[in-house]
Write a protein that binds this ligand. Sequence first.
Ligand code: KG4
Length: 338
Amino acid sequence: MSTIILGIESSCDDTSAAIIKDGILLSNVIASQSVHEEYGGVVPELASRAHQQNIVPVVDTAIKRAGIEKSDLSAIAFTRGPGLLGSLLVGTSFAKGLSLGLRIPIVDVNHLHGHVLSHFIRRNPDDVVPEYPFICLLISGGNSQIILVKNYNDMEVLGQTIDDAAGEAFDKCAKVMGLPYPGGPHIDRLAAEGDATRFKFSKPHIPELNYSFSGLKTSFLYTLRDAKKLDPDFIEKNKADLAASLQRTIIEILLDKLKKTVDLTGVKTVAIGGGVSANSGVRQAIADYCARRGLKAFIPERAFTTDNAAMVAIAGYYKYLAGDFCHYDEVPYARITI
Ligand code: KG4
């Protein structure tokens, strides 16, 4: 008999539902929330309300697109955390209600595990997936971590940011440049036309495998502030070079620690995940580094870099196969680590 998992993701500002059948993705529906754009960041209460409006049509569409019936489902996997509590509650409550109605189990998924396991989402049975152990560079709006992935449920954080995440560095610097939120994709686009060697920003000296991005942000801010005193149009005239130089610096910071991790562990497979892994420069830099070092690189499809339910469904699929279900009295967590 087939194993069919409905995945539900509602940890931040994307409502998503996906269906995975025997490890193969049948559908992945994402409703993004434009309501936050005018505020320059996600407004938690508005996010919860939008999830509430979106969740029924999104799940319904995912089931229809997969060509299955609700009664075919084996289990429902949902993101239990980390994330915004009100948003998580919508997905969690919905998953519990539907599971009671259908008399099938629920499986709770750590959102960060989902990002890491997104490399196991297959569209076809012969798609190649990583072998354990592998190193995953998890870079998103809330996290910058280097993870040693030993199994689907056994992950060790070897290093992480001590302040801002890589995505925050992109977003906060983009905000200083007057770009819309989230700024990462705008920096990516502008960087393609700029001179990445034009500006130098400070790089951190953090011990071991940890990251820091707040010094870079401050150095970026001061460079712009001083330059604007001399020329009020400085940002407008130099935005492509600023974006390219910022992106290069972030990539150098990320790669420096990744290289150290590879040297220390001797692991031969490297994967990236999280919103920032959509960045063209990051993707190219990781692919080039892995090719030079003879490592296997796993770069996710862009659709699986930002929040999506396909990664929740695949993480839930493995837990389901292991009989690792969730009790109805479990509640969401705003903060959990790997
Ligand atoms: O994983 P994600 O969707 O969720 C959160 O952690 O919230 O990551 C969102 C982050 C944002 O900071 C966004 O600016 C960044 O991913 N991002 C990018 C790109 N696309 C998304 N950063 C750089 N270049 C991109 N193309």
